[in-house]
Structure formats: structure tokens, C-alpha cells
Design a protein around this ligand. Structure first.
Ligand code: GDG
Length: 462
């Protein structure tokens, strides 16, 4: 094992109270190697106020280095370029893109500022691991400061086909900046292929042996590393006395009805209105489910300052109201629409108590909820996962009922099949899903990425 691990992600966490797959994985890798976790602390300061030097907190052998954004940076870098350009482009949603010169300028400026804060902390022999679309140019900015450490980048969201990417005025600059890294990781082979198509067809690049790709005068290794969850940790969450109590209470409250569960950030990529319409079709096409099935949808609001997100919330409320009005009665409310965050242990219990896990994004990098739902199931009496073909998770989790989320009739049929599936088939499918999620456990994912990064050739100075 070589030097320390330096992680950079848009938001930092704590190694002491890590919750959520990624934070847990990064904490474990950081504690094992010692290192730095760098990023935004989630706070904003007034214009004119200096963002100053980031705060430094020591947690054992890990140093957390995190500072605020100004309001302007929050608007243009975070809500603007990251979430109103890159997010919709990568999720194939050109209808939600808002190109503005000042967005990209500020995205670049914030990445440069981050590089100036992080660069002096990097030592020779360290491994630098940059996460996600907010920080694509961070590697190039660090190289510009003469940082010679090995650097890897992992994209958590999908990489779009060239035709969509090329709608961005600055696509070439963005992809060129990825070539400052030594290793680029994508969620799926499909994402990796989209990247290779762009590089070979649009940038005159060449694909060599051993996952190496040459373009823009540099060579980089490009591989798929499907992210996973902390399988054992999640399973254990369903076994605590509190979780068992929640599961019991929920079963009593549902009075023998089958529960279908959806858990998503309230985001247009997650296919939520389409999901409600598919549920409506389930009740129309298979009326025996009326009074017998409940859809519980937890949709935690995010990025509400972006119009597309607030519009979505209204649409969801309208749709659930209409469906509940159409079918509900004194004793039965078909859809429970919960627009707030719930605790992780409650979530695990909700998954365990639900007969069907409904994960139907229109496009998703991986989708960890699919893996969490499978991990929470009782192996003797498991529920059934209905999974969108357009989630990265579908590339390996083919033991789920795979559906086209745009085809509501197909999703309704899959729900019906899931609700009536014999126990033997449920167990067989569940075993298939468990094999995949164990093979891609988040600790395996982090180790695979870091080991590949350690084995890349030493970077040459630019
Ligand atoms: C991005 C990519 C990729 C959700 N609601 C609550 C809550 N959650 C947790 C889930 C899950 C996580 O948040 C969501 O992860 P996903 O993978 O489903 O989706 P994104 O947030 O879009 O994540 C995605 C991921 O990065 C990792 O690479 O898989 O494709 O888009 O863990 O359980 N957690 C709590 N309360 C909630 O209300 N506690």
C-alpha cells in the first residue's frame, strides 16, 4: 500500500457518523489508509464575505477539510452548471437544460478555487480520488498546479451518448479535462462504451489494450466499477428491536394489505409521475387489488430552488390526490405520499415490510435503493424487486422483474406478477439478487477502484 488517500466530493461527511453507502465506503477506505476528505461543508456565505480557508477537523488519521460556497457560487456552480446542465445532460433530459455562460465560468472558477485549497495538502505518493460531476475539472486544475500524484475520477451518474453530450457548448473542454486523471471509473459498461464512442468518434482517440484510451495527448485507463451498498450493515438494520417493532406495526396497520414501496430523492430522473400512473393502471386493469394494495412513496425533496424540482413536487401531489380520490374509501388510501426524509433504520424496516420494491427511474447511474430493498428481504419470505432497465443496477440485477418505466402497462403487469409470485420463484430471484449485491459490496467497489488506481503507471508531469 502506498501513500495516503485524498478524497474530494461535493459534500463531505464525517468518518465518525457516516450514514449512507458512499459515506460509509469512503470513511472505511480513508480510515484504513489515513488521509483527507475535501469538499463543500453545505453552508453558504453572503457575497463579499470571503469563503476564507476551509475548516480543518482531525478525526484520528483522517483530516476533514471543508468550507462554504458564496451564494453566487451556490447559484451558478451548484444549482446552475452542476444541476441545471450536467445533471440533465447525463440523464438524457435536454428539456431541462439551461445553458448559461456564467454557469460554466463559475463552475470552472469554483473548481480552480478548490484546487488551490487542496493542492498544497497533496504529497508525493498520495492517491487522489475525485467524485462525481460537480468536480470534473478538479484534476486538470490540480495538474496545472504541478500536482504529480496519481489521480482517479469516478462518475456516479450516467455518461450520456455522444449525440446528447455534444449539445453542450463546452463538451470538448469537459472531456479533455477528464484526461488529466490516470483512471476514470463509470458505473456500468454501457456508460464506459458511451465515453469510448465519444472519444474515438469525436476526439480522434484510440482504444488500446488493458482498458487504456489515448486522446488529447494523454493516456488514461477507463473501467466500469459498479457501486454497491454495505450489504451486511444494511441487513443488520432490519434486525434491531426498533426495526422489528416498526415492521410489526406497519403490518398491523396495513391489515393484511400488500405494501409496494418506492424510495427516491424527489428528482425528475426517478420516473415518479410515470410510477403513479402505472399504479393507477394496476388498480384499473386488475381491480382485485383495490382495497388490498398500498403504494408507499418516500420522496425526499432536493434542489427545490430549481424550477423543474418544485414543479415535480406539485405534479406528484396532484397525481396522488387524483388517484386517491378515484379509488380510495373510508378504510383505504391507495397512495401514501411522504415528502420528507425518514431515518435509515426506518427505511430498512419499510423495505423489509414491503412485498414489492418499485424502482423505476427513467435513467439512473446505479440506484442503491434497488440493492437496499434486496438486502432487507427475509430470505425465506422475500419480496420482489421491479426494476427499470434504465437504472445502472439492471446491467447486473437481471433476477429482478426488469421493466421499461415509460411503458406504464408493462410496469402495471410487472407489479401484478410480483404481487402474485409463488414463494419458490421469489426465493430463487432473491438469491440471484443477493449474489450480485454481495459481489458489488461497497467495500469491494472502493478497493477495486483504489487498487486499479495504484497500478496505473506513474503520471508524468505536464
Ligand atoms: C447518485 C446516483 C447512484 C433516499 N431517501 C431517503 C434516504 N435515501 C437514500 C437511499 C439511498 C440513497 O439515498 C439514494 O441513492 P440512489 O443510488 O438511489 O440515488 P442518488 O441519490 O440519485 O445517487 C445513483 C448513487 O449516486 C451512488 O453512486 O447509485 O445512480 O444518481 O441510499 O436509501 N435515506 C434516508 N432517508 C430518506 O428519506 N435516510
Amino acid at each position: 500500500m502506498t501513500g495516503r488517500l485524498i478524497c474530494a466530493s461535493n459534500r463531505t461527511g464525517s468518518t465518525r457518523a457516516a450514514s449512507g453507502g458512499l459515506a460509509v465506503a469512503l470513511s472505511a477506505a480513508l480510515k484504513e489508509r489515513g488521509g483527507i476528505w475535501f469538499g463543500w461543508n453545505g453552508e453558504t456565505v453572503e457575497e463579499g464575505e470571503s469563503t476564507g480557508e476551509p475548516d480543518v477537523t482531525e478525526e484520528g488519521n483522517v483530516r476533514l477539510v471543508a468550507g462554504p460556497l458564496t451564494h453566487h457560487e451556490f447559484e451558478n456552480y451548484y444549482l446552475g452548471y452542476a444541476n441545471s446542465v450536467l445533471w440533465p445532460i447525463c440523464h438524457h433530459r435536454l428539456d431541462h437544460v439551461s445553458f448559461r455562460r456564467d454557469y460554466v465560468d463559475d463552475y470552472r472558477r469554483v473548481n480552480r478555487r478548490f484546487a488551490h485549497q487542496l493542492g498544497p495538502l497533496v504529497r508525493e505518493g498520495d492517491l487522489v480520488w475525485v467524485h462525481d460531476y460537480h468536480l470534473i475539472p478538479l484534476g486538470a486544475e490540480l495538474r496545472a498546479q504541478g500536482i504529480g500524484a496519481r489521480m482517479g475520477f469516478f462518475l456516479h451518474i450516467p455518461f450520456p451518448p455522444p449525440d446528447i453530450l455534444m449539445a453542450m457548448p463546452e463538451h470538448e473542454w469537459l472531456i479533455r479535462s477528464l484526461f488529466s486523471y490516470d483512471l476514470i471509473g463509470f458505473q456500468t459498461n454501457g456508460d464506459r462504451m458511451n465515453f469510448l464512442h465519444y472519444v474515438t468518434e469525436q476526439a480522434g482517440g484510440k482504444v488500446g489494450s488493458g482498458n487504456k484510451v489515448c486522446a488529447f495527448g494523454r493516456e488514461v485507463e477507463v473501467r466500469a466499477f459498479p457501486i454497491g451498498i454495505d450489504v451486511e450493515g444494511f441487513k443488520q438494520m432490519t434486525q434491531t428491536p426498533e426495526a422489528r417493532r416498526i415492521i410489526r406495526r406497519m403490518r398491523q396497520r396495513n391489515l393484511g394489505r400488500s405494501q409496494i414501496i418506492g424510495v427516491d430523492r424527489l428528482d425528475y430522473s426517478k420516473g415518479l409521475p410515470e410510477r403513479y400512473k402505472a399504479f393507477q393502471q394496476l388498480l384499473e386493469r386488475y381491480p382485485e387489488n383495490q382495497g388490498r394494495v398500498v403504494l408507499m412513496q418516500i420522496a425526499q425533496p432536493t434542489r427545490e430552488a430549481v424550477d423543474a424540482y418544485s414543479d415535480l413536487r406539485q405534479e406528484m401531489e396532484w397525481l396522488s390526490g387524483a388517484i386517491n380520490g378515484q379509488f380510495g374509501d373510508f378504510e383505504w388510501t391507495p397512495i401514501r405520499n411522504i415528502h420528507r426524509s425518514v431515518g435509515r433504520d426506518t427505511l430498512a424496516a419499510l423495505f423489509a415490510a414491503s412485498r414489492v420494491g418499485l424502482v423505476t427511474p427513467l435513467r439512473d447511474g446505479m440506484n442503491l435503493v434497488a440493492k437496499e430493498y434486496a438486502a432487507a428481504q427475509d430470505e425465506e419470505e422475500p419480496g420482489v424487486l421491479v426494476l427499470s432497465r434504465f437504472a445502472g443496477a439492471a446491467e447486473m440485477m437481471d433476477a429482478a422483474l426488469l421493466v421499461n418505466p415509460y411503458n406504464m402497462e408493462e410496469v402495471a403487469n410487472a407489479m401484478q406478477r410480483a404481487l402474485h409470485m409463488p414463494a419458490e420463484e421469489r426465493r430463487e430471484r432473491h438469491q440471484g439478487l443477493m449474489r450480485v449485491i454481495e459481489e458489488t459490496d461497497v467495500s469491494i467497489w472502493a478497493e477495486a477502484f483504489l487498487s486499479a488506481l495504484e497500478h496505473t503507471p506513474p503520471p508524468r508531469q505536464e
